[in-house]
Ligand binder design. Structure first.
Ligand SMILES: [Zn+2]
Length: 437
């Protein structure tokens, strides 16, 4: 493609030579690392990675594409998104950028506009962008206030099937947690979630009977073989710390499924002792944490006329050090919760490095948009570079971290099954008919 930094050979078997790989993402090969980066030649045959060899060791007779030190990454994983909400900013923006403004305007737009046709157009726009940027696996939350699940889940199942060779999709029912104690509503949502192979989720806040809500939720998940993915404590309010209750509930119910929590912003507002205690329980419960740095920076500490004084993100380093699986993801894209975004994990990574200080050293940071979210999502074969795996790679002209993190990497090549894909992004004009509503 025009604008890309090199041309891939049109051959059944070829080698990417002198490539730079983040060592933390390479299985079964290692070499001397500098800032976590190693040099290698990658032999590709029939769409698969045949061999990973020391740089310069590719067989003499093979067709070669010289990377000249450029980085090769596995395809990306975006483990927390909202593709049912995406891309309606122009018809219903957030007038003041606050969390309340987001809630109110998403609600109004959902009631007015969220037919299967409307969601499909915006969801697919996101998938096309994500695919062009190099993403291979996405988990989305789906607003699940009845009757929306009956519209969104069947549509999701159709899209999961249509896109299965390009992007693997998972969906979480984002339900209003107060309805968990109303069997007439909750049982229906659980049944729909199970029918379409989803997960149970919701946004926690301080609610009467919160422990009973969590127990009921975990019991329903266990009874139906469903995993759980919750939005937790997306607030600067210190009084709100549901993360501890979630960890206790998982332990109390001996829940054996996978539990993920997103945001956990208010954890960063606690005193040291409280933070340490809660992190210990999260680690003990084996709960994974995904941080959404771009959305948190946008929504948290926003007060009219005032400059924000904190970054909004959770205690990422402390959770990681305690043995908690941690990752970062996009979250919202061009909706009232976040005015921007393009489903580009390179942007998410670049911003995460800056907001969360994932640098100095950067040695293992590449895992946060690749290997770790793939593991959390139960797809550990994705997000790594390994012999025998499909040649699903993202190739960059950038050779070192400072080069990688200083430009948007718009000239990257996305390789799927050993072949470069068309990386053209969808045109915003395609969404114009939806914005006239
Ligand atoms: Zn979210």
């Amino acid at each position: 493609m025009a604008g890309e930094f090199m041309t891939l050979p049109n051959a059944r078997r070829f080698a990417l030579t002198d490539a730079t790989l983040p060592a933390v993402l390479v299985k079964g090969f290692s070499g001397p690392a500098r800032e976590g980066l190693i040099q290698a030649d990658i032999v590709i045959a029939d769409g698969r990675i045949e061999r990973i060899l020391p740089a310069g060791a590719a067989p003499a007779e093979i067709v070669k594409a010289d990377m000249r030190g450029g980085m090769a990454w596995p395809c990306f994983v975006d483990m927390h998104t909202h593709l049912d909400k995406a891309h309606f900013w122009d018809r219903r923006p957030n007038p003041d950028g606050t969390f309340m403004g987001a809630l109110e305007n998403v609600r109004a737009d959902r009631i007015a506009n969220w037919s299967a046709e409307d969601i499909r157009a915006r969801f697919e726009f996101s998938l096309k962008s994500a695919y062009a940027h190099g993403t291979r696996l996405i988990r989305t939350h789906l607003d699940s206030i009845p009757p929306q699940p009956d519209i969104s889940f069947p549509l999701f199942a159709e899209l999961r099937e249509e896109w299965k060779d390009r992007i693997a999709l998972q969906a979480v029912a984002l339900l209003p947690l107060e309805c968990v104690l109303e069997p007439a509503i909750f049982d229906g949502i659980v049944a729909t979630t199970k029918r379409y192979g989803g997960l149970l989720g919701g946004a926690t806040r301080i609610l009467p009977d919160f422990e009973r809500i969590l127990d009921t939720l975990f019991r329903a998940a266990a009874d139906n073989g469903l995993d759980v993915d919750l939005h937790a404590d997306e607030t600067e309010d210190r009084q709100v710390l549901t993360l501890e209750a979630i960890a206790e509930a998982k332990l109390r119910n001996r829940f054996e499924g996978s539990v993920t929590v997103g945001h956990c912003c208010s954890l960063a507002r606690q005193d040291e002792e409280t933070a340490r205690r809660v992190i210990g329980k999260v680690a003990e419960a084996g709960i994974s944490v995904v941080s959404l740095p771009m959305c948190n920076m946008y929504l948290q500490d926003r007060h009219a006329g005032a400059t924000p004084r904190w970054r909004g993100v959770t205690l990422f380093h402390e959770l990681t050090a305690a043995g908690v699986k941690t990752a970062v993801a996009s979250d919202n894209t061009r909706d009232p919760f976040y005015a921007y975004g393009d489903m580009d994990p390179v942007e998410v990574f670049r911003e995460a490095v800056r907001i969360l200080h994932l640098d100095h050293p950067l040695d293992t940071s590449a895992r946060v948009v690749t290997a770790t979210p793939a593991e959390i999502l139960g797809r550990p074969e994705i997000g790594v570079i390994a012999e025998g795996a499909p040649a699903d790679l993202v190739l960059f002209s950038a050779r070192r971290w400072s080069e990688f993190l200083s430009r948007p990497q718009a000239d990257r090549i996305v390789m799927r099954n050993g072949m470069g894909i068309d990386r053209r992004l969808p045109d915003y004009r395609d969404l114009d008919p939806l914005m006239e509503k």
